[in-house]
Design a protein around this ligand. Structure first.
Ligand code: FMN
Length: 267
């Protein structure tokens, strides 16, 4: 799909953008590339050009391993205590038909082998008890730890609290701008052969998030918003046990209206 006068590479980058779930190559990300990504982030729009985003580039092996440990432990806790499934079950789809009707969420078509017999019942208490017995929380935690530990570069994004005041418009604007900045990075990584993924499990558990803040020495005037892992994507890779990336998208008529909210756009 190209539009006259528009650089097709931009559309390729937009439609080719992906979440990278699998391992990265161990090769470091050159400093010039890191700077290019952050200049792309810095080119994003922000309210009154306030540029409220701040970033931390993390390449130190010791720090990456500590983040990995925190992330893996968080994953184990979230699965073991059923927190993850209880919080997020509404986003999981179990059949092609369900996926085709809604075209959002994550299709669970590729569960870890021990869970496959329970696909439809994976959120029940019985299935969760069995998962604990089979050691699934530890296995998923360890997989997560390894993915993070094997990443050559982590990136933390923070907001300046002078602008990020939750509950006020400035807080909303700051998050909006940060999203645009992160999208610029996300669009830039693909054409450079790099991938990016959220490290979100620690964010789900306040005590683990506090550990990350202290590890990164986040000062009181900044809010730690998110942490990502980045690296070069291998040419071939196995699909991970829970695939957080999805190609499914809603049809235009499911998210666009014409003139007022009463008229869905016709395809
Ligand atoms: C706010 C936000 C939070 C997300 N959290 C995670 C996450 O915790 N782990 C992950 O692997 N992907 C995460 N993602 C990526 C989504 O799962 C992904 O964008 C979606 O499934 C579509 O796949 P795609 O990015 O490959 O197009 C997040 C994306 C956004 C914007």
């Amino acid at each position: 799909m190209t539009t006259p006068g528009m650089d097709a590479r931009l559309l390729d980058a937009i439609f080719g953008r992906r979440t990278t779930n699998g391992p990265f190559k161990p090769d470091p990300v050159p400093k010039e590339v890191q700077h290019l990504l952050l200049q792309a982030a810095g080119a994003a729009p922000s309210h009154f050009n306030s540029q409220p985003w701040r970033f931390v580039l993390i390449e130190n092996r010791g720090t990456i391993e500590q983040v990995a440990e925190i992330s893996g432990q968080s994953m184990t806790t979230l699965i073991e205590q059923g927190l993850f499934f209880n919080r997020y079950k509404k986003y999981f789809r179990f059949t092609e038909a369900e996926m085709d009707a809604r075209r959002d969420g994550i299709h669970l078509d590729h569960l870890p082998a021990p869970l496959r017999p329970f696909t439809q019942h994976v959120f029940s208490d019985a299935a969760q008890g069995l998962m604990r017995k089979l050691g699934v929380p530890r296995k998923l935690g360890e997989d997560n730890r390894k993915l993070v530990a094997g990443s050559p570069l982590l990136l933390a994004v923070l907001l300046d609290k002078e602008e990020y005041r939750p509950g006020e418009l400035s807080g909303f604007y700051s998050v909006f701008g940060m999203g645009a900045a992160m999208e610029n990075i996300w669009l830039t990584v693909g054409p450079l052969g790099l991938g990016i993924q959220f490290i979100s499990t620690p964010m789900e558990l306040p005590e683990q998030w506090a550990k990350l803040k202290s590890l990164l020495q986040v000062p009181p005037e900044l809010e730690l918003m998110a942490v990502y892992r980045l690296g070069f994507v291998p040419e071939t890779g196995n699909r991970p046990s829970i695939d957080w990336s999805s190609r499914h998208r809603k049809r235009l008529s499911q998210y666009v209206y014409r003139e007022t909210c009463t008229q869905p756009e016709q395809e």
